[in-house]
Design a protein around this ligand. Structure first.
Ligand code: ZN
Length: 1026
C-alpha cells in the first residue's frame, strides 16, 4: 500500500484479556533489554506488549528495569500466562541473558511491585469470577490443574468458544476459495457464499477462521470420505473477528475438507472492506460503485477466511451484477453467464497462491485504455470523462513493469495488470495483485493542470505499487511485524526504479526529504524498531508508518551503496526466487544476501542492528593530522537534554562513507564499517576537510569537532559546489539536528545557512526552508509575531535576489522548476519581495477569465493560495472547486488554498464538510487539517476540531491508521507550552486505553515536551541575535 492504509474491527481491549490470549510475540525489541550490551544480534528478548500494558495499568512504566516483574505479575494473576505454551516459557527463558546474573535477581522494587500486583490480581480475579457476564466459562475460571489448560472465551450463543488467541491456529490450512458475491449498490447490501478447501495438519474438531460482521445463514462441511455434506454449527467470537466451525466428526490429519458458508452483510461506509462510493457521471448524475480495500484486516468483512498473510491460497471469484455494470478482479474475466432477469455472473480465472489481503474486486462503470507488453495486458481504468488523464499512468506502468521484470529476472506472472482510479480512497494506492487501486490524484496527470511534482507523485506511486507485485504479492511477510519487507522494499524500489526509468523526474530528492523527516521521528524516545511485535488491530494499523516505509527503504539504500548494486541485486533475485508464493521473515532476506557475499560479509549480522534496534547512531568525528577518531552512540532527542547521555547498550554496524578534499574521483567515496563503539581511520595524507555520510546515503547523523565544522561552513560559503547538492542539504539537516540535542549552537547553524546566497539547487534550499519553517511556526504560534518576522527576514535577505529573479512561467529544467516552486511558495506566504503582488495579478487575471486562462502549473498552488486571502478570491475558488470542471490535481491545489485562509468560519466550514464527506470528500480531511494548522488561528481550531470529532474520526479512519497518525501529529506538533502539554495528555488519557497507548499520541506528547525545551534553550538567544 502507498503510505496510508486502514481498517479493521474492534478487538478486545480488556487489559487482562490481552495478556491472557496473546500469543507468543515473534519479534524482539532489543532497545528494551538492559542486559544486552553490547548488542549481540542473537541475544534477544521477547517483549510482549500485553505485558507492558499489564504493568502500565499498575502505574508502572519502566518495564526495562524489572523485566521479571511482568512474569511475576503473570504468575500471580495465575491465569494470564498459563495460556501460553511451555514452549514459549522455555523460549523466553532461553532468550534471557544471564551471564552476569544481573537480570535474574529480584530487586526490592520488584518485591514491592509483586506485592501490589498480587493484591490487584486477586481483586481482578474476584471481579471476573463474580461478574454475571463473565467472558470466561466457569470451567475456565475454576481450573485446578493450572499446567497447560486454556481458558476459553464465550461465543455469542453462550457456548464455549474453542480458541482464545488473536492469531489463528495452524492446525488447518486453506488451500482454495470459491467465492460468489452479489452486491446490490442500491440497497447497499451484499450476499455471498464461499467454499473453502482446507487441509488438516493436526487432528481437530474445529476449524477456526475470521469473519467480521457477516450474517451467516448456512454452513456445511464435506469430505471425500463422507457421502454428503453435513451441516455444521458455527460459533462466533466477534472480539477477535473469529468463527469456529464445529465439525460433526474428528477432522483427520492429511485429509482435505470443503467448508461451505452462505452469508450476507452491508457494504461498508468507511474506506475498508467491501465499500460503496458515490460519484458524478458525465451528466452530473449521482452514481455508485463498489470496491474493496482489504489490507490489513478487512478481507474478513467481505467473506469468511483465514485472514493472515501467511495463509496463502488460490481464489476463484464469481460476481453477480446488473447487466449494465461491469466488474474487475485480480484475474482476467473468464466467462459471463446470465443467472436471472437482468442479472449476469462474471467468473474470473483462478488466481495464483496469494494472501487474503491482496484479493480485490470492483463493480462499476469504468472505461479503460490498454497496452500489451510481453504477454501482459496493462490497462488503466477511470470514469469515462477522466480517461484523458491516464495516458502518463499507462506509459509509466508499462515502462516500470519492463524494468522490474529485468531487474528481478522474474516475469510478472499474471496475464493482466489493471490500474484503477477510485473516486474516494483513503490510502494513496493499494497493490492488490493484478488490480491496483489508486486515488485519482495519484493516477491522473494532465499537462495543462498538473505540475512536474504531480507527475513525479503519480510515477512514484505507480513504481511503488508495481514493486509490490514482487515484494508483497509474490513473496509476502509472514506476519505484520515484518511489514517493512513489503513497504520498505516497495519504497526503496520505487525510488531506485524511478532513477533508472525516469531520471528526469529527480525522484531521489524526494526520497532525501523523506529520510530527513523520518529521522526526526525516529530520534524520539517512543520510536520503535523497524521490526516490532504486533498483535492487536491498532498495533497492526500503526505499522503503516514512516519507519516501515522510509526507514526500511533507507537502510536498504545504505546496504545497496555499501555492498554495491550487483551483489544487492543478485541477493534480491535469490530471495524472490527462493520464496516465490511463500512467506518470509527478515532473516530470510539476509540469508539470501549472505549466499551471494559468501562469507566476505555477514549481511545478517550487520542488518540486524538496524532492524531490531530503534533509533539510529550519532557518529562523532575528531581529526588529528591524518587520523580520524570516530565513535558512535544513539542519537536521541531527549527531554532532559541538560544531562544528555546516550544509552550505552546501543551499537550499530555502520557502513560509513566519507569524502575528503584530497579525494581522487575513482576512489571516492571511501567506505569503512564501524562495528565497534569507536575506531580510528588513517587517511593517506593530511587533508583540508572531510565529510562523512556521502550524499546522505547512510542513516546516521555526523558531528565534527568545532574546527572542522568551521572548515565545512567556510567551504560552503567559498565554493558550495565542492560538495554535492545532497551533501549540502545533509550538512544543513545535520547541523540543525545537532542544535536539537545541544551539541551545536543555533548561532552556528544560522552561520552555516548564510551560504544560501550562493545556492541554486532545490534540495538544500528545501531543507533550509524546512528548518526555518519549524522555528518560525513555533515562535509564531506562541504569539511572538515580531520575532517570527525577524526569522523570516533573515531568510528573506539570503533569498532576496533569487525571489525576484524567478519567472512565473513553465520554462526551465525540472530542477529549476522545483527551485522556483519552493522559493515562491515560501516568499508569497511571508510576503517577501514582489511575490504576492505578482501572484495576485495572476490570480485576478485567472479569475476574470472565469478560470479559463491557464496558469503556470508549478506555481499554480502559490497563485491560488495568494488569491484565497481575500473573501472574494476565496469564494470564487470555492465555486470553481465545487464545479465539475477542474481536474483532480487542480482541485487538490484549490482545496489547499482554501484551507490556507485565516478566516475561522471558513476553516470550520471546510473541516466539517470534509468530515461529512459529501461536498468535500473525507479522503481530503487529513490534508485539510494539516493545512489549517499552519496559521495561528487555524492550529488552535484544528486541535479543537479533532477533540470534538474524535469519535467520528476514528470510526471513519480507524484507530492507529496512517490517517489518524497524520491528524494527531498535524494538530499538535506546534504546541510548546505546559498548558497545551497538559491538555493534549488529558484529552487522550480521557479516551480508551488503546488511544492513549497509540504511538502517534506518545509522539505528540514527546514532541511538545521537546518544543518546550527548545524554546527554553533558544528563545532568548534568538531574540538577542535577530
Ligand atoms: Zn506499499
Amino acid at each position: 500500500m502507498e503510505s496510508f492504509p486502514h481498517d479493521r474491527i474492534q478487538l478486545p481491549r480488556n487489559m487482562i484479556e490481552n495478556s491472557m490470549f496473546e500469543e507468543e510475540p515473534d519479534v524482539v525489541d532489543l532497545a528494551k533489554e538492559p542486559c544486552l550490551h553490547p548488542l549481540e544480534p542473537d541475544e534477544v528478548e521477547y517483549e510482549p506488549r500485553s505485558s507492558r500494558l499489564l504493568v502500565r495499568g499498575l502505574g508502572e512504566h519502566e518495564m526495562d528495569e524489572d523485566e521479571e516483574d511482568y512474569e511475576s505479575s503473570a504468575k500471580l494473576l495465575g491465569m494470564s500466562f498459563m495460556n501460553r505454551s511451555a514452549g514459549l516459557r522455555n523460549n523466553a527463558a532461553g532468550y534471557r541473558q544471564n551471564s552476569d546474573g544481573s537480570c535474574s535477581v529480584p530487586s526490592t522494587r520488584t518485591m514491592v511491585v509483586c506485592a501490589v500486583v498480587l493484591v490487584i490480581a486477586i481483586s481482578v480475579i474476584m471481579v471476573i469470577y463474580l461478574l454475571p457476564k463473565c467472558t470466561f466459562t466457569k470451567e475456565g475460571c475454576h481450573k485446578k490443574n493450572h499446567t497447560m489448560e486454556l481458558i476459553y472465551p464465550l461465543a455469542t450463543n453462550g457456548k464455549r468458544f474453542p480458541w482464545a488467541k488473536i492469531r489463528l491456529p495452524s492446525n488447518v490450512k486453506p488451500l482454495h476459495y470459491d467465492l460468489v458475491l452479489q452486491p446490490n449498490l442500491t440497497t447497499n447490501k451484499f450476499t455471498g457464499s464461499v467454499q473453502i478447501t482446507v487441509n488438516v495438519i493436526q487432528v481437530t474438531w474445529n476449524i477456526i477462521l475470521h469473519s467480521s460482521q457477516l450474517n451467516i445463514t448456512k454452513a456445511t462441511l464435506t469430505s471425500a470420505g463422507w457421502h454428503q455434506a453435513k451441516p455444521v454449527e458455527i460459533l462466533e467470537y466477534p472480539m477477535h473477528d473469529q468463527i469456529a466451525v464445529v465439525a460433526p466428526d474428528a477432522l483427520l490429519v492429511g485429509q482435505t475438507y470443503n467448508l461451505s458458508i452462505d452469508y450476507s452483510s452491508n457494504l461498508s461506509d468507511t474506506y475498508s472492506g467491501f465499500y460503496r462510493v458515490s460519484y458524478k457521471d458525465e451528466q452530473a448524475e449521482k452514481r455508485w460503485l463498489a470496491a474493496t480495500q482489504f489490507e490489513p484486516l478487512a478481507a474478513r468483512s467481505a467473506f469468511p477466511c483465514f485472514d493472515e498473510p501467511a495463509f496463502k491460497a488460490t481464489f476463484l471469484i464469481k460476481i453477480k451484477r446488473d447487466e449494465q455494470r461491469s466488474t474487475l478482479s485480480n484475474m482476467p474475466k473468464k466467462v459471463t453467464i446470465p443467472v436471472a432477469d437482468g442479472i449476469v455472473q462474471d467468473e474470473f480465472s483462478e488466481s495464483l497462491k496469494m494472501s487474503t489481503y491482496l484479493v480485490a474486486f470492483i463493480v462499476a462503470d469504468l472505461k479503460n485504455i490498454s497496452k500489451e507488453i510481453n504477454g501482459t495486458l496493462v490497462s488503466v481504468y477511470a470514469m469515462p470523462q477522466k480517461l484523458g488523464q491516464v495516458e502518463h499512468a499507462l506509459d509509466a506502468a508499462v515502462k516500470l513493469l519492463e524494468f522490474y521484470q529485468k531487474y528481478f529476472q522474474i516475469e510478472y506472472p499474471l496475464q493482466k495488470l489493471d490500474l484503477v482510479a477510485i473516486p474516494d480512497f483513503q490510502a494513496g494506492a493499494m497493490e492488490n495483485w493484478g488490480l491496483i487501486t489508486f486515488r485519482e490524484t495519484t493516477l491522473f496527470y494532465d499537462n495543462k493542470t498538473s505540475s512536474v511534482m504531480d507527475k513525479k507523485l503519480v510515477t512514484t506511486v505507480i513504481a511503488h505499487e508495481l514493486a509490490h507485485q514482487w515484494f508483497g504479492n509474490l513473496v509476502t511477510m509472514e506476519w505484520w511485524n515484518d511489514l517493512w519487507l513489503n513497504e520498505g522494499f516497495a519504497t526503496f524500489m520505487e525510488y531506485f526504479a524511478m532513477e533508472k526509468t525516469f531520471p528526469e523526474l529527480l525522484a531521489d530528492e524526494e526520497f532525501l526529504k523523506l529520510r530527513f523527516k523520518t529521522m526526526m521521528k525516529d530520534s524520539l524516545n517512543v520510536s520503535r524498531p523497524i521490526s516490532s511485535a504486533v498483535q492487536s488491530s491498532e498495533q497492526i494499523e500503526e505499522m503503516f508508518d514512516a519507519l516501515s516505509y522510509i526507514k526500511g527503504a533507507s537502510i536498504l539504500l545504505m546496504l545497496q551503496k555499501y555492498i554495491k548494486n550487483d551483489i544487492f541485486q543478485a541477493g534480491l533475485q535469490n530471495y524472490l526466487y527462493d520464496h516465490s508464493y511463500g512467506s518470509t521473515r527478515s532473516d530470510d532476506l539476509w540469508d539470501s544476501m549472505n549466499k551471494i557475499t559468501n562469507g566476505t560479509l555477514d549481511v545478517k549480522k550487520l542488518m540486524k542492528t538496524w532492524i531490531l534496534q530503534k533509533g539510529f547512531p550519532l557518529v562523532t568525528v575528531k581529526r588529528k593530522g591524518k587520523s580520524l577518531y570516530i565513535q558512535q552512540e544513539r542519537f536521541l532527542r531527549s527531554v532532559e537534554s541538560e544531562n544528555w547521555t546516550s544509552d550505552a547498550s546501543y551499537l550499530w554496524h555502520i557502513p560509513l562513507s566519507y569524502t575528503t578534499s584530497g579525494c581522487i574521483s575513482f576512489l571516492c567515496p571511501y567506505a569503512y564499517l564501524l562495528d565497534q563503539k569507536s575506531a580510528t581511520i588513517e587517511l593517506q595524507e593530511e587533508v583540508e576537510w572531510v565529510k562523512f555520510n556521502v550524499d546522505m546515503d547512510g542513516y546516521y547523523v555526523v558531528h565534527y569537532a568545532e574546527g572542522d565544522w568551521q572548515i565545512l561552513i567556510d567551504l560552503l560559503k567559498r565554493e558550495p559546489t565542492a560538495l554535492s547538492a545532497n551533501d549540502r542539504a545533509h550538512l544543513i539537516n545535520n547541523i540543525f539536528s545537532l542544535v536539537g540535542i545541544g551539541k551545536v549552537s543555533l548561532l552556528k547553524a544560522f552561520d552555516l545557512i548564510d551560504y544560501l546566497v550562493k545556492e541554486n539547487h532545490s534540495a538544500p534550499i528545501t531543507q533550509a526552508l524546512f528548518q526555518m519553517n519549524l522555528i518560525y511556526h513555533l515562535i509564531d504560534k506562541r504569539g511572538m509575531q515580531d520575532l517570527a518576522a525577524r526569522v523570516v527576514g533573515r531568510v528573506g535577505k539570503l533569498l532576496g535576489s533569487k525571489i525576484d529573479e524567478q519567472t512565473w512561467t513553465e520554462n526551465g529544467t525540472l530542477s529549476e522548476k522545483e527551485f522556483r516552486s519552493t522559493v515562491l511558495a515560501f516568499a508569497c506566504s511571508h510576503h517577501l519581495g514582489n511575490c504576492s503582488t505578482t501572484a495576485t495579478e495572476l490570480f485576478n487575471k485567472w479569475k476574470n477569465s472565469n478560470g479559463t486562462q491557464s496558469l503556470p502549473t508549478d506555481v499554480m498552488k502559490t497563485v491560488f493560495t495568494t488569491g484565497a486571502k481575500t473573501d472574494d478570491g476565496w469564494k470564487f475558488l470555492l465555486s470553481m472547486y465545487m464545479s465539475s470542471d477542474p481536474e483532480a490535481e487542480e482541485k487538490h491545489k484549490m482545496l489547499e488554498a482554501l484551507a490556507s485562509t485565516e478566516d475561522v468560519r471558513k476553516l470550520i466550514w471546510l473541516m466539517q464538510r470534509s468530515l461529512e464527506g459529501d461536498v468535500i470528500r473525507a479522503q481530503e480531511l487529513s490534508h485539510i487539517i494539516t493545512t489549517v494548522s499552519q496559521s495561528v488561528p487555524g492550529h488552535l481550531l484544528a486541535w479543537d476540531f479533532v477533540k470534538e470529532n474524535w469519535e467520528k474520526l476514528i470510526r471513519k479512519f480507524h484507530l492507529g491508521s496512517y490517517t489518524i497518525q497524520n491528524i494527531v501529529t498535524a494538530s499538535t506538533f506546534q504546541f510548546s507550552t505546559e498548558a497545551h502539554l497538559r491538555e493534549v495528555k488529558a484529552f487522550f488519557e480521557s479516551k480508551s486505553e488503546e488511544t492513549s497507548q497509540l504511538r502517534c499520541v506518545k509522539e505528540a506528547i514527546e514532541t511538545i515536551q521537546l518544543n518546550i525545551q527548545w524554546m527554553e534553550t533558544n528563545l532568548a538567544k534568538l531574540q538577542q541575535w535577530l
